[in-house]
Design a protein around this ligand. Structure first.
Ligand SMILES: NC(=O)c1ccc[n+]([C@@H]2O[C@H](COP(=O)([O-])OP(=O)(O)OC[C@H]3O[C@@H](n4cnc5c(N)ncnc54)[C@H](OP(=O)(O)O)[C@@H]3O)[C@@H](O)[C@H]2O)c1
Length: 170
């Protein structure tokens, strides 16, 4: 099973403010939907609160330490490994990690792919994508979407794949 992080971050790596997304980018929402449809989507409890509802067509798993937590039409997990096990046992081929910062931090060491939307702006933010060592990753695809009436800022869609470990290279 491929483990993929999916995130939109600005030039300062800002991803959120006051438990919401700092921008309005219809093209990024569309890309997020297209990539995650039909897959497991693993998110933190604060991100679930921010979205406020289960996303249709996704099998959502909410990470929380609260044993009694219940979220409509979602599964819950008490750890990332439990969440990944749920997805794997369901036959998932690509599980998506949809944030926020706490969950990205947990998942980065395990991730195979990083779908990063780089938002070409700086925004007030209180939540940031964690440091990732770009030397461990190879860019597999890139495309630019301009700002327009439905997209506040220009953005670049990147796909990074984890560089094979030298010992594993043929
Ligand atoms: N730009 C983007 O692409 C993007 C994507 C997602 C989110 N965001 C933004 O990010 C912000 C939210 O991120 P955040 O970092 O504050 O919160 P978060 O990562 O969404 O959720 C944190 C919560 O996850 C649970 N959790 C954390 N570590 C855990 C562990 N090891 N085991 C089990 N549960 C664990 C805890 O829930 P309990 O407190 O219930 O125990 C914790 O309070 C918002 O502003 C949101 O809009 C941005």
């Amino acid at each position: 099973m491929i483990v993929s992080l999916i995130v939109a971050a600005d030039r300062n790596n800002g991803i959120g403010i006051a438990n919401r997304i700092p921008w309005r980018l219809a093209a990024d929402l569309k890309r997020f939907r297209e990539l995650t449809l039909g897959h497991h989507l693993i998110i933190g409890r604060r991100t679930f609160d921010s979205i406020g509802r289960p996303l249709p067509g996704r099998r959502m798993i909410v990470l929380t330490r609260r044993k009694d937590a219940h979220f409509d039409e979602c599964q819950t997990a008490g750890s990332l490994s439990e969440a990944l096990l749920i997805a794997r046992e369901a036959g998932e081929t690509e599980a998506f990690i949809g944030g926020g910062a706490d969950i990205y931090r947990l998942a980065l060491p395990l991730a195979d792919r990083l779908y990063l939307t780089r938002v070409d702006s700086t925004n007030p933010a209180d939540t940031f994508f964690p440091f990732w060592d770009s030397s461990e990753w190879v860019e597999a695809a890139q495309s630019v979407h301009p700002a327009d009436e439905r997209n506040e800022f220009e953005m670049t869609f990147h796909l990074y794949e984890r560089r094979p470990h030298p010992e594993h290279e043929g």
